[in-house]
Write a protein that binds this ligand. Structure first.
Ligand code: GTQ
Length: 354
């Protein structure tokens, strides 16, 4: 019975139409289909390197500006210039450099976000995770699983009293995306230590596990993966194994109970590029953050060349092509959101021929 719409009024132009439906919270898919479903990833994140030499003086200045206790966490966030205002280094990951001065305490709290620490510079600091303390040594990889209580401090060691700096990696943007963030402050500045230092490593750190009461499997029971052990493994591989043309000698950190990543949302890696390594190009959908532990070299990311030296941090966005080269033996720590992409069967990677 009703006459067609166009019979009563002139056919709306497309823009008029869009303006009219906006009031009904409707938008035309055909105007955004290509960017919503791109042919391949085009990350807004940009390849970026933070030179420790440039950043370190400002980090130390921040130590004069505010105490660790007042700041709760005294961190300079490594914000990707392609993601302004988002405190993100990739779309899914947060990274920052945290400073703790001798005598300071970063108060105990817990949150749904998972965190990793990769110790960059200095000794004498500790972190306590769910009642067990561990000393931090440069190159140690430490986890703070989701909802685990944690506080940090710097009491010095062996008469050494110096600033300690580590790289924080968290899944903050993922939890923001899911609107799943919760946090809670402890009632005390430092949590009470309830397990002797090293007791967890004794149970799980020697390719063995307790026969009873193993506990939950979602996160690795090991919370400090000491650099001395990982470095020794890479050193042996350098002498015994063929070098991979893309990765050099690369190992991933594992939850010893499952073989999976130490935490559900973040995968972590350590690789050695032997001196004069000239790698082939590689790309993957998991945007990856690298921290240089030892040696000098270069990362060419989508054709852009970055020279790196120890303590530098650089980011390779999703699907960017990466070519790694070294001058001397170089050791790189890295982390990404690979476990979630693997779980969702959306991870893609390509190993290019040159
Ligand atoms: O150490 O708990 O860099 O909660 C950002 C948020 C560190 C921490 C960060 C945090 C922490």
């Amino acid at each position: 019975m009703n006459a067609p719409y166009a019979f009563h009024e002139p056919a709306p132009t497309r823009q008029d139409f869009y303006d009219r439906i906006r009031g009904l919270n409707l938008t035309p898919l055909w105007e955004s289909l290509h960017s919503l479903v791109p042919r391949e990833p085009r990350s807004p994140a940009t390849p970026t390197l933070w030179r420790y030499r440039d950043v370190q003086p400002y980090l130390m200045q921040s130590g004069q500006l505010i105490t660790a206790e007042e700041a709760v966490r005294r961190v300079l966030v490594l914000e990707n210039p392609g993601l302004p205002g988002l405190s993100s280094i990739t779309q899914s990951l947060y990274a920052g450099l945290q400073l703790i001065l001798p005598g300071e305490v970063a108060p105990s709290h817990r949150h749904a976000q998972s965190a990793l620490r990769f110790i960059v510079d200095g000794k004498g600091a500790y972190t306590t995770v769910d009642g067990e303390r561990t000393l931090m040594h440069p190159g140690d990889f430490i986890i703070t699983p989701s909802w685990a209580w944690h506080d940090h401090g710097n009491e010095g060691i062996d008469g050494v009293s110096e600033p300690v700096v580590w790289l924080d990696g968290l899944d903050i943007p993922m939890l923001r995306f899911f609107d799943a963030g919760f946090a809670e402050n402890d009632t005390e500045l430092s949590q009470r230590v309830t397990h002797p230092e090293g007791s967890t490593f004794a149970r799980f750190g020697y390719n063995m596990a307790p026969v009873k009461n193993v506990g939950a499997l979602a996160n690795s029971p090991i919370f400090n993966y000491p650099y001395a052990r990982s470095r020794e493994a890479l050193d042996t591989l350098k002498r015994t194994d063929a070098v991979d043309a893309w990765h050099g000698h690369k190992l991933r950190y594992v939850n010893p109970l499952t073989g999976g990543s130490p935490m559900p949302t973040i995968a972590t890696f350590l690789q050695l590029l032997p001196a004069a390594f000239a790698g082939k190009r590689h790309r993957a959908t998991d945007g990856t953050v690298y921290c240089v532990v030892e040696g000098r070299g270069s990362a060419v990311i989508d054709g852009q060349r970055f020279e790196f030296e120890p303590h530098d941090v650089f980011v390779v966005p999703s699907w960017a092509e990466l070519r790694l080269s070294s001058i001397d033996d170089a050791v790189l720590f890295s982390f990404s959101d690979r476990p979630l992409q693997s779980a969702a069967s959306i991870l893609r990677e390509a190993f290019l021929d040159n």
